[in-house]
Design a protein around this ligand. Sequence first.
Ligand SMILES: NC(=O)c1ccc[n+]([C@@H]2O[C@H](COP(=O)([O-])OP(=O)(O)OC[C@H]3O[C@@H](n4cnc5c(N)ncnc54)[C@H](O)[C@@H]3O)[C@@H](O)[C@H]2O)c1
Ligand SMILES: [Zn+2]
Length: 331
Amino acid sequence: MRAAVLREPLDLIVEERPAPQPGPGEVLVRVTAVGVCGSDTHYYDHGRIGHFVVEAPLVLGHEAAGVIEAVGAGVTDRHVGQRVSIEPGVPDLTCPECLAGRYNLCHRMRFFATPPVDGAFAELVTVHAAFAHPVPDEVSDDAAALLEPLSVAVWACEKARVRPGDRVLVTGAGPIGLLALQTARAYGATDVTVLDINPDRLEVARACGATRTALDEHQPAPTVLLECSGSTAAVMSGLRALGRAGRAVLIGMGADELLIPVAELQMREIVLTGVFRYANTWPTAIHLAASGRVDLDALVTAHYGLRDTHLALTAAREVPGSIKVIVQPHK
Ligand SMILES: NC(=O)c1ccc[n+]([C@@H]2O[C@H](COP(=O)([O-])OP(=O)(O)OC[C@H]3O[C@@H](n4cnc5c(N)ncnc54)[C@H](O)[C@@H]3O)[C@@H](O)[C@H]2O)c1
Ligand SMILES: [Zn+2]
């Protein structure tokens, strides 16, 4: 099978590799679509993210969908030919965090495209059967891949306990912010304000259902902040804009540390949390996509074949108007 392999920063080649075999409890998936995430681009540019360093050749890509090609020993609830969305982080399933249901916090998580685990810019991948989620026909291959970033948004809305009547402020209208917007609407938020410094993205946000793209001081303050930019300025202004007893979820990754406005958090009893990926979000994400309440295909701005993976990885910054780019490894 062919795979796009990152050897050094900015050095990606397509090479032939032996087809992987599904181990016990695993399925083999023929990959149909893989979304490009900012983290893939960061590994491509710099060869590292924080303390995760690419020390050996690595296959990138973790937003993946495909068709089951074979099942390993003991797999009874998946079958060949099933279309699946891959949940790319497989935890050990036995540690205290996993047993508590917080498997996204597992210390022994093996996550696609995070050194040393290969990702999905490849024709075939194997994954634990329970992490290959069957999708209905209404969910396209692209959408099935994008259930991964949708899961980030679902988890953030769960953490923020978004419910009918909420007024949500989303800062940052990249793929994550646009999905946070759509998910918050689906969860019943009546008013979703989206802020970005890029006017093109605000236009997309309006098309995706944003009620406003600027704060309006004549409106009641937001009850929820979903911070999806990673910008310190956006965190600070977002917290300041929140109403009393507001809930703030920091999704965007930017500065490792910033000053907390303690007095404001105390006097207004703001609840502040971070989020790390997601746990048990695929069932909800599948329903949101299949019912049309979240439109994932609307975010796709380009498709690339495997040999053009390097172009896909830089499209977000090179191609104006890019939002979500898809690699089709079989092309
Ligand atoms: N916590 C998690 O588990 C998790 C998972 C996935 C992604 N992320 C993070 O979520 C963030 C968003 O991801 P993305 O793929 O949408 O990224 P993106 O870079 O496409 O989008 C970020 C957006 O924020 C905007 N922005 C920058 N400064 C701003 C400011 N001051 N105010 C308002 N908007 C501003 C940018 O113009 C851009 O449109 C990233 O930081 C990413 O690392 C976190
Ligand atoms: Zn665990």
